[in-house]
Design a protein around this ligand. Structure first.
Ligand SMILES: Cc1cc2nc3c(=O)[nH]c(=O)nc-3n(C[C@H](O)[C@H](O)[C@H](O)COP(=O)(O)OP(=O)(O)OC[C@H]3O[C@@H](n4cnc5c(N)ncnc54)[C@H](O)[C@@H]3O)c2cc1C
Length: 447
């Protein structure tokens, strides 16, 4: 998108604005646009596909991703990349979204919003986690997909959840020396979960395919990393299984304790959340009229569930508003598997004692665990220490602190993501006309 002069914002008017172009947003936008609605999709990423279908530019794209991205492009929905939504206001029957679009201000007016903002990793701080060489599990996957090399590096993956499997497989494939995959959940819980997957043979086959790629590496349940060590960068980690504690020499530690839904925009709009996810009804409607939510923002369940929820929401906003029973049945089955997964990979109590008083918890503002651990709530800790008030606005540290200290999430205020002051102070010029995005080829300029 061409940069805009001054502080004037570009205006786009649509029937439906979808925020997020991962599997959930793609499916929602496709079905809504196929019904004749004017649909605009905003995503901060530079490609369509979200976290899972992120791929190397020009590299191979998974077949299912190709299928959905082709459907989206045929549907007439307009996708605007490199665009972070930082605020959204509700006036009369219309929403106005403010976005930082590659440094320029973009305002989108729409009668309905579909939130498809996905999830991010949960990090629990421990001594040494800020050393170079320590990274998120999904972050490592993202680096691999963008062409980074881990060849010859000694790597440990430690954390929780099924995401460890594809990442271990990718790392092994890329030539990394995978030393250990440490899953904190108990063996009995993981085995029960695996045994219950007989209703989903495709998932079992997929897990077996991933495991086959790192068979020579131990996948240890009931095991976690308690500290990372090194002078200027990671050299070793301390690992425990609760009975025995030992050191492993490593170059890279990939760590993360599952995913947490991105609910900031929903909370800004006043949507209710339940167990940390956006609460939705059978048609994916939130508690705020004309705001729907889909995918991992409504609960962690994997890409197949995200796609189905997207289809349901896209059909629910269409003029005929007819959601097929088959889709509802498929969603119900996948939701059961998702709930069982959350139970199986529930975080153990011992992780609550991972950080020491000296452990840095907020990397942006350099705040230690000792400085915040006696605060009764996030608001108090912020006032005294500025924890969570740096550039990432607490997106990295606050969920971990909520887990460690049983804080309730603090209120959300705009901007929900870092944005240029010129974007935040932008206004629509008096003579601003809505972009003609839907009856000409102008939309192509944004793709
Ligand atoms: C780092 C990471 C890596 C992962 N890797 C894998 C993997 O390799 N294999 C696997 O099976 N699963 C992976 N997952 C899980 C996978 O993301 C989900 O199962 C699936 O992608 C969920 O689809 P979704 O559409 O709900 O969300 P996502 O795919 O996460 O899509 C959400 C989209 O919303 C956009 N967005 C969010 N907030 C804003 C905003 N304010 N403004 C603009 N855009 C916004 C994001 O840029 C993103 O593209 C990963 C998850 C994470 C967090």
């Amino acid at each position: 998108m061409a940069p805009l002069a001054g502080t004037d914002a570009t205006l786009i008017v649509a029937d439906v604005a979808v925020i997020g172009a991962g599997p959930a947003g793609i499916a929602a936008a496709t079905r809504a646009a196929e019904s004749g609605l004017r649909v605009v999709v905003l995503d901060r990423g530079l490609e369509t596909g979200g976290q899972i279908w992120r791929h190397m530019s020009g590299g191979p794209v998974p077949r299912i991703a190709q299928h959905w991205i082709a459907q989206l492009s045929r549907s007439g929905a307009q996708v605007i990349h490199g665009t972070s939504v930082v605020d959204v206001q509700h006036e009369d029957a219309e929403f106005e979204i403010l976005a930082d679009s590659s440094g320029s201000a973009l305002r989108v007016r729409a009668g309905r919003i579909i939130l498809a903002t996905g999830a991010r990793e949960l990090f629990i701080p421990f001594d040494g986690w800020t050393l170079p060489g320590v990274m998120g599990i999904g972050g490592a996957q993202a680096l691999l997909k963008s062409g980074a090399s881990f060849a010859g590096k000694r790597v440990i993956i430690a954390g929780s959840g099924p995401l460890m499997l594809p990442v271990a497989a990718s790392l092994a494939n890329s030539g990394a020396k995978l030393i250990l995959v440490a899953e904190q959940a108990r063996r009995s819980a993981v085995m029960r979960f695996a045994a219950g997957l007989w209703r989903a043979p495709a998932l079992v086959a997929q897990a077996a395919r991933y495991r086959a790629r790192f068979l020579s590496t131990s996948y240890s349940t009931g095991t976690w990393v308690t500290a990372a060590h090194g002078a200027d960068r990671l050299e070793s980690v301390t690992v425990t299984n609760g009975r025995r504690t030992w050191r492993e020499a490593v170059d890279v530690l990939c760590t993360g304790y599952g995913l947490i839904p991105n609910v900031e925009l929903a909370r800004l709009l006043g949507c209710e959340t339940r167990d940390g996810a956006i609460a939705v009804d059978a048609q994916q409607r939130t508690t705020v009229a004309n705001v729907l939510a889909v995918g991992e923002a409504t609960g962690i369940g994997g890409a197949p569930l995200s796609l189905i929820e997207g289809e349901i929401a896209g059909s629910a906003v269409s003029p005929r508003a007819r959601v097929s029973d088959a889709l509802l049945r498929k969603r119900a089955a996948l939701e059961i598997a998702a709930r069982r997964m959350l139970d199986a990979f529930a975080l153990r109590q011992e992780l609550r004692s991972l950080p020491s008083a000296e452990t840095i918890v907020c990397r942006c503002e350099d705040v230690s665990y000792g400085a915040v651990k006696d605060s009764v709530c996030a608001r108090q800790a912020k006032l005294y220490t500025r924890v969570g008030m740096g550039p990432c606005q607490g997106r990295t540290c606050m969920p971990g602190l909520d887990f460690l200290l049983a804080w309730q999430p603090d209120t959300v205020r705009p901007p929900i993501e870092p944005a240029l002051v010129s974007v935040l102070s932008s206004e629509l010029a008096d003579d601003a006309a809505a972009s003609i995005l839907f009856n000409s080829s102008v939309g192509d300029a944004y793709q």
